[in-house]
Design a protein around this ligand. Sequence first.
Ligand SMILES: [Zn+2]
Ligand SMILES: [Zn+2]
Length: 144
Amino acid sequence: MTDTALLDKFKIALKKEGLKNTPQRVAVLEEIIKDEGHRESEEIYLALKNQGRHVSRATVYRTMDILVSNGFARKLNLGDGRARYESKVNSPHHDHLVCIDCGLIIEFMDQEIEDIQEEIADQHDFVLKRHIHQLFGLCKTCQK
Ligand SMILES: [Zn+2]
Ligand SMILES: [Zn+2]
């Protein structure tokens, strides 16, 4: 998707929520898209602040909700009560290995696992729409 098409889609999403398209909200969109990390709203807010972009905390939090509900970003629940966000734009489906000690997140994608999930769903007359697959453990560093 081209940037203009993406921006148009974002404008439509904002309009649907009764919000105006502002440079601040676009800055939040750009920030989530350009980064490959899994960050909390607070970290996204601080990243913008460090770049000298003046976006209020409330705007960051509110915009993240809109990005999630409109398919621009994915909200991850890693079981520690802190919501992390990652871009869904230009980010193919993947699953996560999560270190329960340091919080490191490793992305992986295994076609065999994907296929097995489809088969299991099939066996139960279930049509899969999405899935969340998170494996918790200790990363290489934290095993020491
Ligand atoms: Zn670790
Ligand atoms: Zn990820």
